[in-house]
Design a protein around this ligand. Sequence first.
Ligand code: ZN
Length: 219
Amino acid sequence: MTRTRVGLIFDDGFVKSSLATAKLFEEFGLPATFAVVADPAKWSTPNFVKGDFDLWNELQSRGHVIQPHGVAHVKLSALPHEQAVGELQQCLDLFAEKLDGFDAKKSIYCFAYNSSTPGLDAWLRPRVRAYRHGGSGLLTERDLTTGNWHSDAIGPHDPGPELLALLERVRRQRPPAFLFTLHGIDGEAWGAIALDTLRRALEIITSDDSFSYWRLDSP
Ligand SMILES: [Zn+2]
């Protein structure tokens, strides 16, 4: 039986968590994937320091994967369509300008709050490799080929125990791929996972015959 590819995306780009996440993945010899905002100064997070493109380019040069998560973490489904499209375009433009080697066609647009609309999905479809919005995270082959990726995000508490339980469910159901959205580490902001639980999840993903780690920088 083919293995289920397990992908994890770390949203929001807080500095402390991103560095801890990158370090942990490097212990496993794996790339981590971060979904970050293009203009962090426009998104107020008073208690948490967000990274900038200096950090994202550095992490990318260390082998990690950086994907767009909006301009300023706005819930695009709550905006008029044309305005939301303007935000998508601006986000992709800023990434092209600031992230080394960025190619929108190869990117995974990760909606803030995992919140999109059918119209925004349709706008993105020809412009990106995939877009991620809310859903079960159990991806079919059709989801994969059409770039219609979905994922659950659990919070504001530590989602670690639920992630481990979901991996058990995935082991039984064996979909082609499983995608899960995470955020910070060890209490930093919404839905942060304990580093030890994340390490346990990576041990399971890399050692269990049911799974393979899904590098999100390649199909
Ligand atoms: Zn977010």
